[in-house]
Design a binder for this molecule. Structure first.
Ligand code: HEC
Ligand code: HEC
Length: 353
């Protein structure tokens, strides 16, 4: 807004000054022509000028006043400009970000509203988790079966993946699932600008984190925060409920398989085949995420603490983990999602698989 009015004022000034200059030049040239051959009568130095009284009185004062005014403009105006400029620039950045979020929202919209239907599968504009129709082929019978595949909540996506990892997911999708590739590199319809605006939109729907450190004034982004305690409490309540009704034998097992927000907090959706469409095979036997059974996970990490650190941070592209592991960035970090107690319970369960 500010930028717009400033630009318009500058344009008006430019037009006025240019027009004035042209008028002055035209008049000057014309009067010069008229003077041709008649210097003697019209010589400017023969024109009678102000008398001393006026020249040293009102006229002098007028010129001095003009000088002072110009001085005030440069002394006050320039510093004022300097004072407001950073705010103007910040305002411009903010305005651009708002535009990005709005563009991203249009891409995120359901098909009926002209978008690419992220909202349709992931639980509406708020991205709270949903499901998508899909067909899977039974590997033993070869039968094709219509299923609903859980599409995890996206309003906590940046609490488990960083921006580059999310960009990778958006560009290449999860090609074995209803989550198709969206970026051109992955064979999808979106250019990198569209992927960026989608990422801006995803940031705008993140739940606000708690326990942000000093100086971290954006609760949707703060690095040291975690997802709201009431969500962590819901996770705890739900997990104990599943233990108490006999579905799972331990708190850790219940957390591993947790069904809240379409599996946004669970491990099973990646590590147990069939979990995402409600027909789980052997727990932890490996799907998109690796096989954790037969003591494999335990032997990949020398100590329980090493494994806890890995689960908290997730895997990072190219980085070493455990004894001889190298991350791809596709294993999410759970340090901002779950409490230390919850992660410890999961790790104890996983080491016993
Ligand atoms: C046809 C349904 C469908 C559409 C449309 C869709 N997704 Fe997905 N998406 C899914 C499913 C299902 C998964 C989970 C795949 C899996 O099990 O690994 C997923 C996974 C994701 C993930 C990874 C989440 C995680 O925690 O692992 C992100 C991020 C994501 N989708 C973003 C988007 C965005 C942004 C759009 C819109 C451009 C979109 N999706 C469109 C169904 C969909
Ligand atoms: C979005 C899918 C996804 C989710 C959710 C997920 N993982 Fe993983 N996990 C992976 C992938 C992929 C790898 C392989 C490492 C890599 O590619 O960086 C992996 C690797 C691992 C490993 C190392 C295995 C080895 O032998 O190297 C462990 C242990 C593990 N995950 C445990 C968990 C636990 C516990 C949870 C839940 C708190 C979890 N994972 C949730 C995808 C996932």
């Amino acid at each position: 807004m500010i930028a717009l009015t400033t630009t318009s004022i500058a344009w008006i000034l430019l037009v006025v000054v240019t027009a004035g200059f042209i008028v002055y030049a035209v008049l000057n040239i014309r009067s010069a022509r008229e003077e041709l051959g008649s210097e003697i009568e019209l010589a400017p130095n023969r024109k009678e000028y102000y008398d001393d009284e006026t020249l040293e009185g009102p006229r002098l004062e007028r010129v001095q006043l003009l000088g002072v005014l110009l001085l005030i403009i440069s002394v006050v105006g320039l510093p004022l400009y300097w004072v407001f400029e950073p705010a103007r620039q910040a305002g411009a950045v903010e305005a651009k970000e708002e535009i990005f979020v709005e563009w991203g929202q249009r891409l995120f919209a359901p098909t009926a509203e002209g978008g690419f239907n992220c909202a349709g599968c992931h639980g509406g504009y708020a991205g709270g988790g949903g499901e998508a129709a899909w067909n899977v082929t039974n590997s033993t019978t070869g039968e094709v079966q219509a299923v609903n595949w859980k599409a995890p909540a996206l309003n906590t996506i940046f609490s488990r993946f960083d921006e580059d990892e999310v960009r990778f997911i958006l560009v290449y999708g999860r090609p074995f699932s209803p989550m198709s590739p969206w970026g051109v590199e992955g064979g999808g319809p979106m250019n990198s600008q569209q992927i960026d605006t989608l990422i801006s939109y995803l940031w705008s729907i993140q739940v606000e984190r708690e326990d942000c450190g000093p100086g971290e004034d954006d609760p949707q982004k703060c690095a040291s925060g975690h997802i709201p305690s009431d969500i962590q409490d819901d996770i705890e309540t739900r997990a104990w409920q599943l233990v108490n009704d006999g579905t799972y034998a331990s708190y850790g097992e219940a957390l591993f398989n947790l069904d809240l927000n379409s599996g946004a907090y669970s491990c099973a959706r990646c590590h147990t085949p069939g979990w995402s469409w409600g027909d789980p095979g052997k727990t932890g036997q490996g799907a998109f995420g690796w096989n954790l059974t037969g003591g494999k996970a335990a032997s990949a990490f020398p100590t329980e603490d090493d494994m806890i650190t890995f689960i908290k941070n997730g895997s990072n592209y190219g980085a070493k983990y455990g004894i001889q592991g190298q991350g791809s960035g596709r294993m999410p970090g759970f340090g901002k999602m779950l409490t230390d107690e919850q992660i410890t319970a999961i790790v104890e369960y996983v080491r016993g698989l």
